[in-house]
Design a protein around this ligand. Structure first.
Ligand code: GDP
Ligand code: MN
Length: 369
């Protein structure tokens, strides 16, 4: 899960990392009432990078200028994301821009510190065009990022005292944050040299969803739609797409191949929900409820292969929450005779073959039979 810059900076401040203290606003009129030292920087709060290049970061010398920028940036679309909030903070006078991040590196199975004196710009570009300008350091989880290693990294960027010690302090705190908050990425770009020392002008945090249970106080992810959030709160894996066929299956592999099958026969999934292994009647009922609440559904494709999941349990769930749009059902595996009997008794037909039922779902979405 990604955090907004203003959320990441709240976390940064808790770990003693130097950030500008700003205010979040949602309407341009709010600028006039802010008690801030000018000049200020007006920053779009969206979950994508490259806001500066897209015109989402602007400096303002006066409240009138800040309000004009706010009016221009609010509602703007940056890489497909609409700007609904702005962070307004006292502008820093930047002398140089560095880059520093801790990132989970699957290749080395460890955290890696990535640092560069060529900060401020897109680090992927630096990595491609001038890789020699990037210094990395593999972190030993038992050592963490102790001062001597952080200082060695800082020296590779050209830092000397007293900024070198400051850099080492920031690296140590950023690693502590990365580790304690279960982050996948904790990034400062730019880490700026200002008159008073170093300042985290931008902050990016990507948190590991698998560790969410260890952080119950975290804000809900804004990357999910309201329906996706509701499904997640019931322990159901639900994802929205942009077609017109709702998909329910059991098990991630079966669901993925179900999406492929639909695409193969010319259909487009509106969403998919994985009721998981050992699904219950209640799970199936809730699944049907959720997938059909997405607007624009023309057909449902239910693809169940009973293993630990029992077909009769699934069939009871379908009967209790009957589809409101035409449904194609494939039900096979454990207790399939009983499952099929329950469906027939309630007036549904279910197939045993995945290809046939997928083709039928595509035809139903097109309005055929
Ligand atoms: P990003 O483009 O989404 O990464 O947003 P950043 O927060 O990194 O801002 C982009 C660029 O705007 C930075 O690299 C800086 O050059 C500039 N910038 C951001 N904040 C300030 C500030 O307080 N003062 C000055 N002078 N420039 C800033
Ligand atoms: Mn940045």
């Amino acid at each position: 899960m990604k955090l907004h810059e203003y959320q990441a900076k709240e976390v940064f401040a808790r770990y003693g990392l130097p950030v500008q203290v700003g205010v979040v606003i949602e309407r341009p009129e709010q600028v006039a009432r802010l008690d801030l030292r000018y000049p200020v920087v007006v920053k779009a709060q969206v979950l994508v990078g490259g806001r500066g290049k897209a015109g989402g970061v602007k400096l303002a010398k006066t409240p009138a200028e800040a309000e004009a920028h706010s009016r221009a940036i609010l509602g703007m679309e940056i890489k497909g994301e609409r700007v609904a909030r702005l962070l307004i903070a006292p502008a820093a006078e930047i002398l140089a821009e560095y880059y520093l991040a801790f990132v989970t590196d699957r290749a080395t199975r460890s955290a890696v510190a990535v640092a560069s004196a060529a900060g401020g710009v897109d680090i992927e570009t630096v990595a491609q065009t001038t890789p020699e300008k990037i210094a990395t350091l593999k972190i030993d989880p038992f050592l963490g990022c102790p001062p001597f290693q952080a200082r060695a990294l800082g020296r590779r960027l050209g830092f000397t005292a007293p900024l070198l010690d400051e850099f080492a302090g920031i690296a140590g705190n950023l690693y502590r944050l990365y580790w304690s908050e279960d982050a996948e990425l904790a990034e400062i770009n730019p880490l700026a040299v200002v008159g008073a020392g170093l300042l985290c002008v931008d902050a990016k945090l990507v948190l590991d969803d698998n560790a969410a249970y260890r952080h119950p106080d975290r804000p809900a992810s804004e990357e999910l739609t309201p329906l996706e959030q509701e499904a997640r709160s019931h322990g159901l894996a639900y994802v929205e797409l942009d077609g017109d066929i709702a998909v329910i299956g059991n098990g991630a592999g079966l669901v993925m191949s179900t999406l492929d099958l639909l695409a193969h026969f010319g259909g487009r999934a509106a969403n998919f929900l994985d009721i998981g292994g050992g699904a219950t009647t209640e799970g199936m009922r809730k699944a049907l409820d959720i997938v059909q609440r997405k607007p624009g559904i023309r057909a449902i494709f239910i693809n169940i292969f009973g293993g630990i999941t029992r077909c009769d349990d699934v069939a009871r769930g379908i009967v209790q929450e009957p589809p409101r749009v035409p449904a194609s059902i494939r039900l096979t595996g454990t207790n399939e005779e009983e499952g099929q009997r329950i469906l027939r008794a309630a007036g549904f037909t279910a197939g045993l073959d995945a290809d046939e039922t997928a083709k039928a779902a595509v035809a139903l979405a097109r309005g055929g039979r």
